[in-house]
Design a protein around this ligand. Structure first.
Ligand code: DC
Length: 221
């Protein structure tokens, strides 16, 4: 099986780029952030602080998580409910970042992530795919951009969806999430030694896509 691991901070464009690349390459796109978001969402719905590891751990046995690919789109189900849209809020993102620091949550999701890469060719994005989940991935890309460039992109996405969040708030969230994701003890966000670094601060979508294709082509032809 061929696997492409794409890691990087929030808002670097991983999911948009990975989704398009997967469609072009005929691979399955696996968005691991959605899995952490789903657990974060469940904690929020249950009134549990996502940072409270012990409390979140008691919820894990109640969580049935299923991932399906429908028309090339990943859908994620929480106890049978399609939460693919519900997890796309800033609050669910912050909750995901908090539960991502919980080793039991990471262990809970690891098998699901690995099993998906065993069955099919995948493009998997996240924070620790090249370092922990798929250390033998065929291609590893570390995708990054400046906090300002990432916040601007996020802010535009929110505007397009009609969500009115001040830019300063989005930037502060980006920085806080970077801090949480890089400073946690469990599988922190960091570039794998054998990953190719791609900084997209100055690149538009098509340029970023081309750069990724070149990196992939060098490894798998
Ligand atoms: O990629 P995203 O913004 O949907 O991810 C949300 C949060 O989930 C992110 O801030 C950290 C956590 N996460 C993680 O810890 N490990 C992953 N492989 C993917 C996401």
């Amino acid at each position: 099986m061929v696997s492409v691991a794409i890691d990087g901070p929030a808002g670097a464009g991983k999911s948009t780029l990975a989704r398009r690349l997967a469609a072009e390459m005929g691979y399955i796109y696996v968005d691991t952030g959605a899995m952490f978001r789903t657990i974060g969402l469940y904690a929020l719905r249950k009134g549990v602080d996502p940072k409270d590891n012990a409390a979140v751990n008691t919820l894990l046995p109640e969580i049935g998580l299923r991932v399906d690919c429908i028309d090339g789109e990943q859908h994620i189900y929480l106890n049978g409910e399609d939460v693919s849209t519900a997890i796309r809020t800033e609050a669910a993102g912050m909750a995901a970042s908090a539960v991502g620091a919980n080793p039991a949550v990471r262990a809970f999701l690891l098998e699901l992530q690995r099993s998906m890469a065993k069955k099919q060719d995948v493009l998997m994005d996240g924070r620790d795919i090249g370092t922990v989940v798929l250390p033998d991935a065929t291609v590893k890309i570390f995708l990054t951009a400046s906090p300002e460039a990432r916040a601007t992109r996020r802010w535009k996405e929110y505007q397009a969806k009609g969500i009115d969040t001040p830019y300063e708030e989005v930037l502060a969230d980006v920085k806080q999430r970077d801090y949480q994701d890089t400073h946690r003890a469990a599988a922190p966000l960091k570039q794998a030694e054998d990953a190719v670094l791609l900084d997209t601060s100055e690149l538009d979508f098509e340029q970023s896509l081309d750069a990724m294709k070149q990196i992939i082509a060098k490894k798998i032809g």
